[in-house]
Design a protein around this ligand. Structure first.
Ligand SMILES: [Zn+2]
Length: 74
């Protein structure tokens, strides 16, 4: 038989827990967590969270100037 570890999201939602599941295809827990991390999951801290519920900071894009060529005095 083959073994595949499924990572579940532990985030509580109003009617139970998040339904997100990740079929890692890994045979060991370490490989499963590695695969989950690559997929954007927040794992290994006692609870596992899907990308939508991970607590990782989102990358901020620097502000862009809309009209850099405009000057106040023409
Ligand atoms: Zn989730």
């Amino acid at each position: 038989m083959s073994l595949s570890i499924v990572v579940n999201c532990d985030r509580s939602v109003p009617y139970g827990t998040c339904a997100a599941r990740l079929h890692t295809g890994a045979a060991t827990e370490a490989e499963a967590y590695e695969a989950a991390e690559r997929a954007g999951w927040d794992v290994g801290g006692g609870h596992d969270f899907c990308p939508a519920h991970s607590h990782r900071p989102t990358r901020l894009t620097p502000p862009t100037r809309l009209h850099p060529e405009e000057t106040p005095n023409r």
